[in-house]
Design a binder for this molecule. Sequence first.
Ligand code: 5GP
Length: 203
Amino acid sequence: MLVLSSPSGAGKTTISRALLERDDNLTMSVSATTRPMRPGEVDGKDYYFVDEAKFNQMIADGELLEHANVFGNFYGTPRKPVEDALGDGKDILFDIDWQGTQQLAANDSTRDDLVSVFILPPNTAELENRLRTRAQDPEEVVQKRMSKAADEMSHYREYGYVIVNDKIDASVEQVQTILTAERTRIGRQMGLHEFVQELRESD
Ligand code: 5GP
């Protein structure tokens, strides 16, 4: 479970897309949200867009692995697709905030699978610039996000890795390296015992 978190505008979405493109064993977790759809977004691909009643029902039914209120809207990770993907030996990429990451880290059923990466912008001007060029949200939302960015960044210590996203290509490479290293950990390699057994027997 590879979690990428960052303040809005740090380049996390671009990094996620690049990773998904180059890594066949990685799938994206599609969150449910009560936030209104933005132009160009596709229901079921970018998010499952639901109303608050449906979101609360999902919580009540235990369908969400974690959930949080981010900037006044609710976001949550559907449990089933994650369990299915992990069961198939796939890795999953999550674009969730620090609250969700804390929940996955505190949960006995997800803690051991969790690899968390916090992405920082190279500087404040760049962060603001990226938020403005996106320009899909109303000005008041942009302002709100900028004022929240500092708060969000204060949580970087809760993550296993931190990347300063100066050059996208280098950042993608860094995340890929983390992924490769974490996949190589003894506890994460399925069938290792049998494999070594076989090697020893054929000796
Ligand atoms: P946006 O509305 O820009 O797509 O996302 C806003 C914030 O919500 C981002 O920081 C994103 O990481 C976070 N987010 C998206 N999906 C989830 C989720 O399922 N759970 C949590 N905790 N945060 C999420």
